[in-house]
Design a protein around this ligand. Structure first.
Ligand code: G3P
Ligand code: CA
Length: 250
């Protein structure tokens, strides 16, 4: 976690893996990002019908697999039958939706990589958080983790119950946000600010409250330099190449 407090360098976080080049949230996308040299990987967690935590962004499997239906209505066996790579390109056919357990196994080879663990909002968010935190703890990974959730209730739950680091969002994004001194801002360790919202003033507002300002997703040189100009050090990116290149220069 030291690097997250080191203002001298950019911390590059790969959003759903190396998302611009590989099918998002697959083990291949995470492995390639980590081999490239990112500092952190970000991934999204949901629960299968038979209560296994799996790595997938959307509520349904429709966009990122060859199947249809809600993730929470499909068993792990049903999810594992789906192709999670072909939608991105024929070269990726045969890739599967990973379980959190499988991702944890892969992460053993990259002990210095930090983890941004997003608990997807919805009826399974609490159970997903509890199960994910237990699994990550069993691997000894919690000190590498920052937990993200767009639902202020479950972000607060993770902060209050487990005392873990959290990334929340400005109220413009987090619609049920509870702001103010005793609200969710006080439960946020970092604030994820989209490039559409990012201004130096907004970043400063969080930094002044002791909340790290992060940006997502500065994917070209101009956006990386703009983020730097706003005082941002942690950048969650779809394409790590521009930020990694500029990290060497600053
Ligand atoms: O860290 C912010 C990023 O995760 C944005 O969320 O779920 O749209 O990828 P998402
Ligand atoms: Ca995410």
């Amino acid at each position: 976690m030291k690097r997250l407090q080191d203002n001298a360098s950019i911390v590059v976080a790969a959003h759903r893996g190396w998302k611009s080049e590989y099918p998002e949230n697959t083990l291949l996308a995470f492995k390639e990002a980590m081999e490239l040299g990112v500092d952190m990987v970000e991934f999204d967690l949901r629960m299968s019908k038979d209560r296994t935590v799996v790595v997938i962004h959307d509520e349904t499997v429709d966009r990122t697999t060859d199947g249809t239906g809600n993730v929470r209505d499909l068993t792990l066996a049903e999810l594992k039958r789906l192709d999670a790579g072909g939608w991105f390109g024929r070269a990726f056919e045969g890739l599967k939706i990973p379980t959190l357990e499988e991702l944890c196994e892969l992460l053993q080879a990259y002990p210095n990589v930090l983890l941004n663990v997003e608990i997807k909002s919805g009826p399974d968010a609490k159970a997903t958080a509890d199960q994910a935190i237990a699994a990550l703890d069993a691997y000894g990974y919690l000190s590498r983790c920052v937990f993200t959730c767009f639902d202020a209730e479950w972000l607060g739950y993770i902060h209050d119950t487990y005392g873990l680091k959290t990334q929340g969002f400005p109220e413009e994004v987090m619609h049920n946000f509870v702001s103010g001194e005793n609200g969710t801002y006080s439960k946020m360790w970092a604030a994820g600010i989209s490039m559409k919202l990012l201004t130096p003033q907004l970043a400063k507002r969080f930094e002044d409250m002791g909340v790290q300002a992060w940006s997502y997703c500065p994917d070209d040189d101009e956006q990386v330099f703009y983020s730097l100009g706003c005082g941002i050090r942690v950048m969650t990116v779809n394409d790590p190449l521009p930020a990694l290149k500029i990290r060497k220069l600053v």
